[in-house]
Design a protein around this ligand. Structure first.
Ligand SMILES: [Fe+2]
Length: 440
């Protein structure tokens, strides 16, 4: 698939930019990243020929074609390209690592000038805005997700810097996300499998918001209640922006001192939200404060121990842990949806409110949208639509010979034929990239 080569190249280029923000040009870490990016770009050009990537608003295009998944996956990186004055990148034939290094330096803010014409050219695309807008546009759901990320970045920056902010942007995106999620619950749950290593907290927050909305509706909450709860869900981890990056991104198990710092994020988040909340929105601060409190009264912060948690907090706690478990972190692998559901079920009555777990399990079923399953015949399928009563709907993504199917085939997934659940990392397929292959 052409898109997978673009994703690999962007991911590698982002890696170079990250290294350049830490080390000077020529440092071995920069050189390694540059080598990987050059290789990825060469493979992309080998596959696609001359490759023109254009950024327009939230969307990334390959030629005239929208790359819906990459647009969202690289949302933050596309923003960086735009703020560096880059609207398009053309990879013309064999890519030289020197040219790629120049582009990365520009994105990293190390140089102010567009590099001279070379094998990687900037802003030379001949596509006009109308060429691209006449093509596919991002679905409302993806756009809503992208806007939520943007709002979280803005609030996150303010919280991190101890600056004032207001919640009007957050209210707007929550309203939008609510509308999209309620209209397409299955697609939303599938999209909530989006992961980002670079911006874990923001993607995680949007995922928890989507899961909380679908759970809340399942439990019978009306729109007004859902909107208040969703604001809390979206902002529940915003206090993490006050935790030092060294602790937050520490690639291993944390020591006691680091843990103590992490454990401050509920209070930090709650006080930041309270300072910004309009009358009626204070409940979002309660959710942030209580989301690590356990049903049995344990958990943190100690100030909220042995008090009954708000219903919203109990709901968000379950969604939070489910999304966290199904995400790969530097210190542990991702769990399958089934394993994550098992962890929640085992924690019923202790860590989690049993009603919330029952709701989540009933909503997601044994095979939530995005589950990858190995079938008895050896092929691998992905669930696109969960079902509590019928056979889940899905698409076959890998054939019996182990080869990826370019255009996934719709199928009914007979649970009796499922041998095991797999993680997306082990299969090498990102479920959210399959969103377009499902219909609701
Ligand atoms: Fe948290």
């Amino acid at each position: 698939m052409a898109e997978s080569y673009v994703r690999a190249t962007l991911s590698a280029l982002r890696g170079v930019v990250t290294q350049l923000s830490l080390y000077p040009p020529g440092h071995p870490a920069v050189e390694d990243a540059l080598g990987a990016a050059t290789k990825a770009a060469d493979e992309m050009v080998g596959q696609n020929g001359e490759t023109v990537l254009t950024v327009l608003g939230d969307s990334l295009y390959l030629g005239r074609g929208l790359l819906a998944h990459a647009s969202l996956e690289f949302n933050g990186f596309l923003r960086r390209l735009q703020s560096a004055g880059i609207d398009s990148i053309t990879f013309a034939g064999h890519v030289s690592s020197g040219d790629l290094a120049d582009v990365a330096s520009l994105i990293a803010g190390r140089t102010g000038d567009l590099p001279a014409e070379g094998t990687v050219r900037l802003n030379t695309s001949s596509f006009t805005v109308s060429d691209l807008q006449s093509g596919a546009t991002m679905s409302g759901l993806r756009r809503s997700y992208a806007r939520s990320l943007d709002v979280l970045r803005g609030i996150g920056m303010a919280v991190g810097a101890g600056q004032e902010f207001d919640l009007s942007g957050a209210s707007l995106v929550v309203e939008n996300l609510l509308e999209q999620t309620l209209a397409q619950p299955g697609a939303s749950v599938l999209l909530s499998t989006m992961k980002s290593h670079d911006e874990y907290t923001f993607y995680h927050s949007v995922n928890v918001c989507i899961l909380s909305i679908t759970m809340g509706r399942f439990l019978g909450m009306d729109d007004e209640t859902l909107e208040l709860m969703a604001l809390g869900a979206l902002l529940h981890d915003i206090g993490k922006l006050r935790v030092s990056a060294a602790v937050l991104q520490y690639p291993g198990r944390l020591d006691a001192e680091q843990w103590a710092e992490i454990k401050l994020h509920p209070q930090e988040g709650a006080s930041a939200i309270l300072a910004a909340a309009e009358p009626g929105q204070e409940i979002a601060a309660v959710v942030a404060l209580e989301h690590h409190g356990r049903f049995d009264g344990a958990g943190y912060p100690a100030s909220s121990a042995n008090r009954e948690k708000h219903l919203f907090s109990r709901l968000v706690t379950a969604a939070d842990v489910y999304d966290a478990l199904t995400t790969r972190r530097s210190y542990r692998r991702a769990e399958t949806p089934q394993q994550a559901v098992n962890v929640l079920t085992q924690g019923m009555g202790a860590h989690f409110d049993p009603d919330m777990v029952r709701g989540l399990v009933a909503l997601l079923g044994v095979y939530p949208p995005g589950s990858l399953v190995r079938m008895r015949d050896g092929s691998i399928a992905m669930v696109t639509k969960a079902s509590r009563v019928d056979v889940p709907e899905g698409v076959r993504v890998i054939d019996t010979g182990g080869t990826r199917i370019p255009e996934p085939e719709p199928m009914q997934i007979d649970p009796g034929e499922v041998v095991e659940q797999l993680t997306s990392d082990s299969v090498g397929i990102d479920p959210a990239s399959m969103l377009e292959s499902m219909t609701e």
